[in-house]
Design a protein around this ligand. Structure first.
Ligand code: URA
Length: 265
């Protein structure tokens, strides 16, 4: 039985799963797997930042794999899961809000991402858009209505770094290079909703390879007010993003089951 290099998974261990939920944090994997199905969830691999659980939604196997932080490791997770048969990916993460009306604990559903992640340029030139799959996006938006979570739908800035790329200056050097100085204000002015670190890689590479992807994130910082993470809101934000993703998953598996072809474009 050959195991894929980073994820340490075999095709057989996925039990024919075609859909994966992708948190960044390995610690969130069992939480999401249990939210999918509390009774049929188990760990099938754990290597480096990549922790994978298999869960079941009714008769459908569902994979939950952590991507770690940022584009490079997210791209590895998506590439290897695609090789093993996954065709639909939903990122379930956390985010910093860039608009005043978006509050900690709300969720953001990404329609498209500003590609300041670096990694996505290895999959398509910068002119190529990082857009969510329409079916996945629609399922996430409908799911947010169903679970009655405060939700914002729009463009996300997907940064390669947590500190300078998101213009944080409460740092060791207190310095942000000229190219990034003023970028936060600019994204705000352009109506960008939020900062996170994986969606541009995910959406670009999935579109480029004929895979489906979407992204829902829970708000844990209000960047119009301050830089710090609002620790008291992490649990609520994560819980809301997970509730939306799991409800969307049910919809995708029942109402919209057809997957893209098994071969890459
Ligand atoms: N994730 C980010 O990338 N930035 C934030 O501010 C919060 C979560």
């Amino acid at each position: 039985m050959s195991l894929i290099y980073h994820l340490k998974l075999s095709k057989k261990s996925l039990k024919g799963a075609r859909i994966a939920l992708l948190p960044g944090d390995p610690g969130r994997v069992p939480v999401i797997a249990s939210a999918v199905n509390n009774e049929e969830a188990s760990e099938i691999a754990c290597n480096r930042e990549f922790r994978t659980w298999l869960s079941m939604m009714d008769i459908h196997p569902v994979i939950i794999t952590s991507t770690g932080i940022g584009g490079p490791s997210a791209a590895i997770a998506v590439e290897e899961l695609a090789q093993l048969g996954i065709r639909t990916f939903i990122r379930v993460g956390t985010t910093g809000a860039l608009q005043l009306n978006i509050r900690a604990g709300d969720v953001v559903i990404t329609t498209a991402s500003v590609r300041i992640d670096g990694t996505s340029e290895h999959y398509a030139p910068l002119e190529y858009p990082a857009v969510a799959d329409y079916g996945v996006l629609n399922a996430l938006v409908e799911a947010a209505k169903t679970v009655n979570v405060r939700c914002h739908v729009g463009v996300t800035a997907s940064s390669a770094t947590f500190y300078p790329g998101q213009e944080r200056i409460d740092t060791f050097s207190r310095y942000v290079i000229r190219d990034l100085a003023g970028s936060k204000k600019e994204w705000e002015e352009l109506g960008v909703l939020n900062y996170e670190m994986e969606s541009a890689t995910l959406l670009t590479m999935c579109n480029a390879m004929g895979l489906r992807a979407g992204c829902v994130t829970g708000v844990i910082s209000e960047r119009t007010q301050k830089e710090k993470i609002i620790l008291s809101k992490i649990r609520a934000a994560e819980g809301n993003a997970i509730a939306v993703a799991v409800t969307a998953l049910r919809r995708l598996l029942t109402d919209y089951p057809s997957s893209p072809s098994t071969t890459p474009r």
